[in-house]
Design a binder for this molecule. Structure first.
Ligand code: GLN
Length: 215
């Protein structure tokens, strides 16, 4: 299964390594055409302002919105999660608005810059390893979205249908849980080709399609 990774800036190579470990084929995405044939897309960590500018200049901003509207999966980590949010604060900036949540940039400050922390998650019985690097804090999650993991009382991994956002960097640990979950969300790709869309923001009724299995 081919998974695109926005490869403009930031730690896209670490995501590619993680995908290869799990048997998926990473595809570097720099143009809208690179998205064709991808079952999902990862928006990596980095600097969201720079990434946003690139998306807008290269026509990827609209192309990614269309990609998601077709029901294909999009997973954003840290800066990528900022790009996915409907509302971005501190400072405010535009975003793709694919996941109904409010994020506060650089919310954890420097003190959690490089250590590994452990948060509670619905994806596994074990605590989830979490690396935070100038990470945003998710201040609000919309009714249609589910918090899959949290750290220090704040959501750290949130899913709304085919959209997944982590404020931490699962690609920088050896724990494959979150990427495995993303690949499971994508299934074998055939559902999307049939034109099924999992969830529109605020549309709870269609949330079952790609809802994570409780485990
Ligand atoms: N602080 C960065 C931003 O606001 C995100 C940091 C990261 O992705 N590790 O874009």
């Amino acid at each position: 299964m081919k998974i695109g990774i926005l490869a403009v800036q930031g730690d896209f190579a670490a995501h590619a390594d993680m995908l290869r470990r799990l048997g998926a084929e990473p595809v570097e995405v720099r143009t809208a055409a690179d998205l064709s044939g991808c079952a999902g897309l990862i928006l990596p960590g980095g600097e969201s302002t720079t990434q946003l500018q690139f998306l807008q200049e290269e026509g990827l901003y609209e192309a990614i919105k269309k990609f998601a509207a077709e029901g294909r999966g999009v997973f954003g980590t840290c800066a990528g999660a900022i790009l996915l949010a409907t509302k971005v604060l501190h400072p405010a900036q535009d975003s793709l608005g694919l996941l109904d949540m409010t994020v506060f940039r650089n919310g954890y400050g420097r003190q959690v810059a490089s250590d590994i922390f452990f948060g509670d998650s619905k994806l596994s019985d074990e605590p989830l390893e979490m690396v935070f690097i100038r990470a945003p804090i998710i201040e609000r999650v919309g009714d249609g979205a589910e918090t899959l993991a949290q750290y220090a009382g704040k959501p750290a991994l949130v899913q709304d249908g085919n959209i997944l956002a982590a404020t931490f960097h699962p690609e920088l640990t050896t724990d494959t849980t979150v990427h495995e979950h993303f690949l499971k969300m994508l299934g074998d790709g055939t559902e999307r080709n049939a034109g099924k869309r999992s969830t529109a923001i605020g549309d709870k009724s269609s949330n079952e399609v790609l809802e994570p299995k409780a485990s």
